[in-house]
Design a protein. Structure first.
Length: 174
């Protein structure tokens, strides 16, 4: 199975999204404005629906994903209302600390659909035995690399060590 790691950085937080085997985990770090190191805030395992929605938006980052496309991909054409979409978006915005308007991470185009702003794909791993391939999907905010560059490098190196960990940790048996 493919493993994907994304990051989203804004002025206050860095979010690391890991998707593997249909499961998505969102880890949040906060910047204190003083030190380069971010402080761990939370780790959330997304529900199947939240995971499908977030991965759809991540994989189509930079363009508006229509409500019809969301319904077709996330709910596989089951009958759901637009309220179902709004509820999942509301939950994801809460995870991204993006509840206040104007939104900065999950943007809506009224009556059309939603888009995810400022993500960057860091790692794609096809198989556990493959080498890690780096792929940049889109640039972050212009100032993010300068302000948080060393922090991102530290977190990225930790992610690489996590990705390269042996699979026999015993956690898979639980």
């Amino acid at each position: 199975m493919e493993k994907q790691v994304f990051q989203i950085v804004n002025s206050q937080h860095m979010f690391v999204i890991t998707h593997e085997n249909g499961f998505t985990t969102l880890v949040t770090y906060t910047f204190d404005g003083v030190s380069e190191a971010g402080k761990f805030v939370s780790e959330v395992k997304l529900s199947a629906t939240e995971s499908k929605m977030l991965m759809l938006l991540l994989n189509h980052q930079g363009r508006i994903v229509s409500k019809d496309e969301i319904m077709a991909e996330v709910w596989k054409n089951k009958f759901v209302t637009e309220n179902s979409i709004r509820q999942v978006i509301f939950t994801l915005r809460r995870f991204f600390f993006d509840q206040e308007k104007p939104h900065h991470v999950l943007l809506n185009s009224r009556g059309v659909g939603y888009t995810l702003h400022s993500s960057q794909q860091l790692v794609v791993e096809k198989k556990a035995s493959d080498a890690v391939a780096l792929a940049r999907v889109s640039p972050l905010h212009k100032h993010s690399n300068d302000i948080h560059g060393s922090f991102i490098k530290k977190v990225f190196s930790r992610l690489l060590s996590f990705v390269n960990m042996p699979q026999s940790t015993g956690l898979a048996d639980k």
